[in-house]
Design a protein around this ligand. Structure first.
Ligand code: NI
Ligand code: MN
Length: 226
């Protein structure tokens, strides 16, 4: 299974021609290495929450690739009402899709949906646990440190964790999150996109120590989980 970082909190996860993108913020993302038109064929678009730096190009990508947007019910409804193909779920629920299994898990963060003038789509943010080809990836979404993460202990091969502070965990809490989840591998995200969320990934690696293998990716780089 291969995970490719496209800047900020955007990753493509793929194995054996099954391919999903998580939090596809490419248009307007100062850290993105590609535009939304340069992605390979997608099976699905998985969303952690509705903030603009995560919802991003989701609706346009759904239309272009005939790919399903998987998100919490209200965020999926927003995308459907804007023309996307969607599958609504909610926190605690899992579903088996043709490409793999998705489970939504708790995240502590804001729930507003970018572009929603009415507020009627406001929803809970979440983390996304996706299993493709027998490997399980946990994208925490934007979140503070929470004890709920301990429920995933030992179940995760690759954890994608924010370290940029201010809106999410910083390096210290992110290292504790790794302690809670005990993944085999971890990749830091959601930092250095803007000055306000500047962080040192080497400091994060130092704090994690030997608890997990930390891989620091630049936008456009991939990590392969064997
Ligand atoms: Ni956010
Ligand atoms: Mn964010």
């Amino acid at each position: 299974m291969k995970a490719t970082f496209h800047g900020h909190a955007c990753f493509v996860v793929e194995r054996d021609e099954k391919r999903v993108i998580i939090d596809p913020f490419l248009t307007g993302n100062p850290a993105a290495d590609i535009g939304p038109d340069q992605l390979p064929r997608l099976d699905a678009i998985l969303l952690s929450h509705g903030h603009g730096d995560h919802l991003g190009d989701a609706v346009a990508l759904s239309k272009r690739h005939h790919a399903v947007v998987v998100a919490t019910y209200e965020l999926a409804k927003f995308c459907a009402d804007h023309g996307a193909t969607t599958h609504g779920m909610h926190i605690g629920g899992a579903h088996q899709f043709p490409f793999g299994r998705v489970k939504l898990v708790p995240a502590f963060h804001g729930g507003q949906v970018e572009g929603d003038k009415t507020g009627s789509y406001t929803t809970n943010p979440c983390g996304v646990v996706v299993t493709i080809g027998g490997k399980t990836v946990y994208h925490t979404g934007d979140t503070g440190l929470t004890l709920e993460m301990q429920l995933l202990a030992g179940k995760i091969d690759l954890m994608l964790v924010p370290i940029g502070d201010n809106y999410t965990m910083g390096v210290e809490d992110a290292a504790r999150a790794v302690e809670f989840v005990k993944p085999k591998s971890v990749i830091p995200m959601h930092y250095n996109t803007w000055d306000l969320i500047s962080a040192d990934p080497q400091e994060f690696r130092r704090l994690v120590g030997n608890r997990a293998a930390v891989t620091i990716l630049s936008p456009g780089e991939s990590y392969t989980l064997s």
